[in-house]
Ligand binder design. Structure first.
Ligand code: NDP
Length: 485
């Protein structure tokens, strides 16, 4: 049977683009369909714009610290529209880069939505139908709302980059990566941030001591974090039957333009007005925006997978084997749509392993073990390997841990603390986990991750000479365990 293409990729994010162009470089005839902007979540509405916002938000504190170091600083406020224009320009540039990478590799681009018609046929939203020997689904994921009444009044991480102006007060719901990162970003930008997390401590799944310190630092830096708390009711403030609450239009009647603008800023963004929220702790509050960071779901809706033999899991994820192959042999899937480890570099590696397996005759499993990652809170949390809690359930461990005020902040009498922690097997001395809470922990954990992935022992860490004076030198100078577990 002859096909239009050797490979058809649905989804132009990190995993899909990489697989498409590497397969094309191997000589395969490849096409890719994307119905939104090329680059996917990471480039367009995730890692990249988020990290640029992290940088933007960090200067307020940096300027205050500079003053304490003796600089004369005349800082004005943060100009969101000016930053946003630059951000949009950068995203346009990156989207162009992704498009060029595909074009230069000879990949045919369809700016259309693709839907599976059968195991080898994709129906495009343009009305065309194309066939391919292999199909790779790399459609990623999307933010999930909690499913409560009026949750459509809230925004998600997809919307945050497009706000015409920053809210004065925002409620962020959730305690995961996205909730904590945006709580810190917006707090840094001068927004009053309240965060509700339904569990006992944010960043569930990370090392307890590490997430405890991140939460403590977030609160110290101004995030009004409430754990064990969720929304029980939310409405437009204007719809609330409580005359003691002023609506934006009531508040601005008969005022001068300047005063009106000021009050509009206080009472909402004009897009429907402020939101009244009742929390599970009994309090009520009004916010200009409510952002739900309550998880993400795989993008498999209306993908036509029921027309093929590919199976979905309980959360809508595509079920694949170690080679990213679905239960329909011609269909593979990589990245967040498979809900394995939802990180950009993992999707890229899954895409590369798929090409090795299918186009290079070299069956390659993706290695999902010991993946370092970072949460870009302020301070950052970098982690690789087992948490203390996971490790001690597995075997006896020694815990090497130190938390201290870093030199840069101690000098100006700041209360910032950092944490360096190693979880070490008692039996083999292998470092099973490394957890860092510190500015630039993401950079540090990339390097510590090499040693941990290589199976380095604590003795081997200690053979490495310290780089002095740094925060991370503690990783090679902790001589005695703080405790055994
Ligand atoms: P997470 O799954 O990490 O967090 C979701 C949060 O929402 C959890 O705190 C969860 O609580 C809470 N939640 C879920 N449902 C509800 C509900 N109905 N009501 C209230 N709270 C709720 O998802 P994120 O969206 O933060 O991130 C998605 C993924 O994206 C991450 O797992 C990560 O892989 C990736 N990511 C990575 C980043 C990085 O590498 N720096 C940055 C951003 C995202 P509970 O804990 O109780 O379940």
């Amino acid at each position: 049977m002859s096909f239009d293409y050797d490979l058809f990729v649905i989804g132009g994010g990190s995993g899909g683009v990489r697989a498409a162009r590497v397969a094309a470089a191997e000589g395969a005839k490849v096409a890719l369909a994307e119905d939104d902007r090329m680059g996917g979540t990471c480039v367009i509405r995730g890692c990249v714009p988020k990290k640029l916002m992290v940088f933007a938000s960090s200067y307020r504190e940096a300027m205050a610290e500079a003053q304490d170091y003796g600089w004369t600083v005349h800082a004005g406020g943060f100009d969101w529209p000016s930053f946003q224009a630059k951000l949009n320009g950068e995203l346009d540039r990156l989207e162009g880069v992704y498009r060029n990478l595909l074009n230069n590799s000879g990949v045919q681009i369809y700016d259309a939505r693709g839907k599976m018609k059968d195991a080898h046929t994709v129906a495009l939203s343009t009305g065309e139908e194309v066939t391919a020997k292999h199909i790779l689904i790399a459609t990623g994921g999307k933010p999930a709302l909690p499913g409560m009444d009026n949750d459509h009044l809230g925004i998600t991480s997809n919307d945050i980059f497009h706000l015409p102006e920053l809210p004065k007060r925002i409620l962020i719901v959730g305690g995961g990566f996205i909730a904590c990162e945006f709580a810190c970003i917006l707090n840094g930008m001068g927004v009053e941030v309240t965060q509700y997390y339904r569990g006992a401590q944010v960043l569930r799944g990370f090392d307890d001591e590490a997430r405890g310190l991140v939460a403590e630092m977030m609160i110290k830096k101004g995030v009004d974090l409430h754990v064990g708390t969720n929304i029980v009711e939310m409405r437009r403030e204007a719809d609330v039957d409580d005359t003691s609450l002023m609506t934006a239009s009531d508040a601005t009647k008969g005022l001068t333009e300047d005063k009106e603008a000021e009050l509009r800023h206080t009472y909402g963004q004009g897009k429907g007005g402020p939101i009244w929220v009742k929390a599970s702790n009994g309090t009520t509050q009004v916010f200009d925006q409510v952002m739900f960071a309550t998880g993400r779901t795989p993008n498999t809706e209306d993908l036509g997978l029921d027309n093929t033999g590919a199976k979905l899991g309980r959360r809508g994820e595509i079920i694949v084997d170690e080679y990213s192959q679905t239960s329909q042999p011609s269909i593979y899937a990589v990245g967040d749509v498979t809900n394995r480890v939802n990180l950009t570099p993992v999707a890229i590696r899954e895409g590369m392993a798929f090409v090795e397996t299918v186009f290079k005759g070299n069956p390659t499993k993706v290695d999902h073990e010991l993946i370092p990652s970072a949460v870009f809170t302020q301070p950052e949390l970098g982690t690789v390997g087992l948490t203390e809690e996971e490790a001690r359930d597995q075997e006896p461990v020694d815990i090497y841990c130190t938390s201290f005020r870093p030199m840069q902040q101690a000098f100006i009498d700041r209360e910032d603390r950092v944490l360096m922690k190693l979880v070490v097997s008692k039996e083999t001395d292998v470092v099973l986990g490394c957890h860092i809470v510190a500015p630039a922990a993401g950079e540090m954990i990339q390097l510590a991750g090499i040693a941990v992935k290589m199976g380095a022992t604590k003795a081997q860490f200690d053979q490495v000479c310290a780089v002095h004076p740094t925060m991370s030198e503690e990783l090679v100078t902790m001589k005695t365990p703080m405790r055994s577990a």
